[in-house]
Design a protein around this ligand. Structure first.
Ligand SMILES: [Zn+2]
Length: 214
């Protein structure tokens, strides 16, 4: 649920404007940012199986470290602790840790029952991805709401080309993954997944309050 996660990040930014959008996007996407690294390290596994759901050709059969409920909770604690050190504010740290957990909840909504509660199951998933129209309606609605919340917050980013280019990039990446051909192999998938890290410096530049160029 890529756009749905981004939407939560945009909404989080509205809720806690003192935290950069870069930090918010890292929070909501943390486990998906770590996932390609664990794939490349051979610690988690995925299969390319066109038809497994209507929306994605990926069979997520083994990702206990990044995508189990307990794994996500552990990452949330680590991320929240780091944020507590940086921001020295318990409320902010808890909200950013909740952002990490929101990823798991939204993934449960979209995935088929492949989301582990404990590292080796039980597995749950509501299967939104079994319907392309339903997936698009839910995610695009969430994204539109998140974007509206950000724009109405009066952040400098709403006037910056870099912010709108970031939003355009997110949409293009989403539609390319949804409607483009399946990745040729897991290695290409994992390496291209690392592009997600690019959003962090990009969001930081787009969202900073200092006036200046784009
Ligand atoms: Zn995920």
């Amino acid at each position: 649920m890529f756009l749905g996660h981004i939407a939560v990040g945009l909404a989080g930014k509205r809720g806690v404007p003192t935290v950069s959008l870069a930090t918010w996007l890292t929070s909501v996407q943390l486990v998906d940012m770590l996932w390609p690294i664990f794939l490349l390290a051979g610690l988690e596994h995925v299969r390319i199986a066109p038809g497994i759901t209507r929306f994605t050709p990926l069979d997520f059969y083994d990702y206990p470290i990044t995508h189990s409920l307990v794994g996500s909770a552990a990452w949330a604690v680590v991320f929240g602790a780091g944020c507590l050190l940086v921001y020295r504010d318990v409320r902010i740290a808890v909200l950013l840790a909740a952002g990490v957990m929101s990823h798991w909840v939204l993934d449960v909504i979209s995935h088929r029952p492949d989301m582990p509660v404990l590292p080796r199951g039980p597995y749950i998933g509501l299967g939104l991805w079994n319907s392309v129209p339903a997936t698009l309606v839910v995610e695009l609605t969430m994204f539109a709401i998140g974007l509206m919340l950000y724009v109405r917050s009066g952040r400098a980013g709403r006037r910056r080309a870099s912010f709108w280019l970031l939003m355009a990039f997110v949409l293009v990446a989403y539609f390319a993954a949804a409607f483009g051909p399946p990745p040729p192999n897991v290695s290409v998938l994992a390496w291209s997944g690392l592009i997600g890290w690019l959003l962090v410096p990009w969001a930081w530049l787009a969202d900073r309050e200092k006036t200046g160029s784009n």
